[in-house]
Design a protein around this ligand. Structure first.
Ligand SMILES: Cc1ncc(COP(=O)(O)O)c(C=O)c1O
Length: 373
């Protein structure tokens, strides 16, 4: 255990009286499923991101699937996806019958590598799925130019990046459609939930159709859809969470800056990068521990001291058993490297200065005990 005998969690949602009251208000109203509360959340979220339209869905994975389908991705199409991300960025493509092709990532930002991306474009490629990993935006200026130039559909997986900005503009506003997740650990949450946003009316209308059994009039169904709706209970929570998102993000950023300062001269550790054109919202504070044996020892040592840490992610996608079984071959050296050195430490808004000091003290002790030559 650490010197204060205190467990420190990796993720903690910020649920206050106002969140609880909003949920109770909906429960008392009797309107629990999809309704005006969801529509209000959609409108407020679209305004926040700076896009015209939004469709709330049951989770981010479904959001990606429906966005792909609404954009016309179909059997046999290839979608470029970074090799280093959460599995849903790629499985959503598979679920739609298309095939993800993996692109290596930049070792500094963990985001899609532009040179490798260019080398992987051919006639089969219909779309690029960009992920703003850990809350650091991908370079949307360059990526948008490439997509326009090569006539490719551009999708943003912004599941980890609510409120992040590239070149002064919110992520989610650069592409044909972008998808957010409101899973319990995210920068804002509805427990489970997701949102598809776009400036294209027809894309959002299609997502809304698909999320509701393709229903065009009561019990009249024009398309194969399903039930991927968000409840009013989730939406009420989401509306309150959205109101405080900027405040929660600044709290995350201030924790991250403290870490950056306190860890800057610690051997073996590289702190995360924030590009000059970017606003990082630190969904995850991803360290690189330059020696992989030291990374694994640090993981175990910090865990034994009651500090929850994470490895995001232990495998690049091409090495996942799923993709190996589908015949995917070795690729993407940077993604493989990052999976061996990444270590995430808690960065949520509930961390106190005391927590931060314990974490730093514990990192120093663990490095001294396990990593020093
Ligand atoms: C990068 C990324 N994409 C997609 C998702 C899927 O979102 P959900 O968990 O809401 O289905 C997540 C969630 O963790 C994610 O981190």
């Amino acid at each position: 255990m650490n010197s204060l005998g205190k467990r420190i969690k990796m993720f903690e949602p910020v649920i206050e009286d106002e969140d609880i009251e909003a949920v109770i208000r909906v429960l008392k109203s009797g309107w629990l499923a999809h309704g005006p509360e969801v529509e209000a959340f959609e409108q407020e979220f679209a305004e926040y991101i700076g896009v015209k339209y939004a469709a709330a869905v049951s989770n981010g994975t479904v959001g990606l699937m429906l966005a792909l389908k609404a954009l016309g991705i179909k059997n046999g199409d290839v979608v470029l996806v970074p090799d280093y991300t959460f599995i849903a960025s790629a499985t959503s493509v598979l679920m739609m019958g298309a095939r993800p092709r993996f692109v290596d990532v930049d070792v500094e930002t963990f985001n899609i590598d532009v040179e490798d991306l260019l080398s992987k474009i051919d006639d089969k490629v219909k779309a690029v799925m960009v992920v703003h990993l850990f809350g650091h935006p991908a370079d949307m200026k360059v990526l948008k130019e490439i997509a326009e130039d090569r006539k490719l559909i551009l999708i943003e997986d912004a599941a980890q990046a609510h409120g992040a900005e590239a070149y002064g503009r919110k992520v989610g506003s650069f592409s044909d459609a972008a998808v957010f997740s409101f899973y319990a650990t995210k920068n804002m949450t509805t427990g489970e939930g997701g949102m598809v946003v776009s400036d294209k009316k027809e894309v959002i209308e299609k997502v809304k159709l698909l999320r509701n059994h393709g229903q065009i009039a009561r019990y009249v169904h024009a398309e194969l859809g399903g039930n991927y709706r968000m409840t009013s209970i989730q939406a009420a929570l989401g509306r309150i969470q959205l109101k405080k998102l900027d405040k929660l993000n600044s709290m995350r950023r201030s924790v991250a800056y403290k870490y950056n300062e306190l860890l800057k001269n610690v051997d073996y550790i590289k702190t995360p990068v924030e590009k000059p054109w970017a606003k990082h919202v630190y969904h995850i504070y991803a360290l690189k521990i330059v020696d992989s044996i030291c990374r694994d020892s640090l993981y175990n040592c910090l865990t034994s001291k009651g500090i929850e840490v994470g490895i995001h992610y232990p495998l690049p996608l091409h090495k996942q058993p799923l993709f190996k079984s589908l015949g995917y071959e070795e690729c993407c050296a940077n993604a493989s490297y990052l999976s061996s050195v990444e270590l995430s430490i808690p960065v949520h808004p509930k961390l106190t200065d005391e927590d931060i000091n314990i974490i730093i003290e514990s990192i120093r002790e663990c490095i001294e005990a396990y990593c020093s030559k």
